[in-house]
Design a binder for this molecule. Structure first.
Ligand code: NAP
Length: 357
């Protein structure tokens, strides 16, 4: 749909540590659709991607990926949209644009410098569905790509373990590990349905349901020679269990910590970190934004793999801007399989410079 007014979700209050983020933390407002000034262009939102880090923008003292938001600000969020009015010669009407659109129907945008942490760009050859620009061809894919191959230094023949395996980043990381010739790819997730999907659809060799199985025992069974690369999306007890089962010179890529960061605790440090000494292991955190200058490299590989049928688009789509808080909440209750996408309006019938089918 196309709204007459610009509907928006604004920050209403910060969640307490034990609170699940949701509708109560946002205010649903609307205002007239803005007109672009010189150098600006107006983008109509097509889809948005809720991500766990968005909870961190609503915490006063949080060490977040990006600066926190003030009460009353439009909620920050990455999305894909179409330029519908422009006063910038390089961003003509009709172009498809990806960037920080916010939780709203329309946003005024302008070109950003290379130093801008949240990469914004006109997509020259958009593919259908456009939401892939937020998933395997976007932030989820790039996070998996650089985290696994750069931070994790994954090589053919490695035994790879991935937590949060059925989520947006995790589902891309497992597929990339397969493509890059891992000896074994094991995924940890929180539902039997997700375990089956990882095996049947994404080619995982084995899975662990952390809610019903003893994670440490299962890792020990599945990795008799130890884990070479652990791509960790969740932290907490799962990280500790993995640290107790490392191979010599293991690499642990710390991508996220949803198990500890957004729940009240108490949380204990991973006591098995001492195994890193015995195993001469390396644990390193990374942030995907640090790699934006190399993003073209990832994008080309991800696109080639997708076109070759090796990398599946894994989307879990909800509809309606009004449902954005619920879509974000679902990430914290395991409500998504693959990349969570919120559709705000349909993909356009005609895509500019459409090149790939
Ligand atoms: N470092 C970076 O640059 C970077 C960039 C993007 C994302 N990230 C991080 O990567 C992680 C994945 O992000 P995403 O966008 O792809 O989200 P996601 O994995 O699609 O969604 C979150 C998933 O986390 C799992 N989960 C929720 N609570 C959990 C808990 N207490 N213990 C274990 N698992 C839990 C749920 O799946 P189950 O059903 O399996 O529980 C849920 O589906 C997040 O931690 C995010 O902050 C980091």
């Amino acid at each position: 749909m196309t709204a007459d007014m610009n509907r928006q979700w604004r920050v209403a209050r910060y969640p307490k540590p034990e609170e699940l983020i949701g509708k109560a933390h946002f205010e649903w407002t609307s205002e007239p659709i803005a007109k672009p000034a010189d150098g600006q262009f107006l983008v109509r939102t097509i889809c948005l991607a809720p991500v766990p880090a968005q909870r961190g923008y609503l915490e006063k003292s949080h060490h977040s990926f990006l600066e926190n938001l003030a009460i009353g600000e439009v909620m920050r969020g990455r999305g894909v949209g179409q330029i519908i009015a422009s006063r910038h010669p390089d961003y003509p009407e009709g172009s498809i644009f990806v960037g920080s659109l916010g939780w709203q129907d329309y946003s005024l945008q302008h070109p950003r410098g290379a130093e801008f942490v949240f990469s914004t760009k006109k997509i020259k050859n958009p593919l259908r569905p456009l939401s892939m620009e937020l998933g395997i061809l976007g932030q989820a894919g790039a996070t998996a790509y650089f985290g696994l191959l750069e931070t994790g230094q994954m090589k053919a023949g490695d035994n790879v373990l991935i937590s949060g395996a059925a989520g947006g980043v995790g589902s891309a990381a497992g597929q990339i590990a397969r493509i890059k010739g891992a000896k074994q790819v094991v995924g940890i997730t929180g539902a039997d349905e997700k375990c089956r999907w990882l095996g049947d659809e994404l080619g995982y060799d084995a899975t662990i349901n952390y809610k019903t199985e003893n994670v440490g025992e299962r890792i020990a069974e599945l990795f008799p020679d130890g884990i070479d690369v652990f791509f960790d999306n969740v932290g907490g007890d799962i990280l500790n269990a993995a640290l107790g089962n490392l191979a010599m010179h293991a690499r642990i890529a710390i991508c996220g910590f949803i198990a500890t960061d957004y729940s009240p605790g108490p949380h204990h440090g991973p006591i098995n970190y001492q195994c890193m000494v015995y195993k001469r292991a390396r644990m390193e955190g990374f942030v995907v934004f640090d790699y934006w200058d190399r993003y073209a490299e990832a994008e080309q590989d991800l696109l080639n793999w997708h076109n070759e049928g090796l990398l599946k688009n894994t989307e879990d789509e909800d509809e309606g801007l009004e449902n954005m808080p619920a879509a974000l909440a679902s990430l914290f209750t395991g409500g998504n399989i693959g990349v969570k996408i919120l559709r705000v309006s349909p993909d356009p019938d005609v895509l500019p410079q459409e090149k790939f089918k």
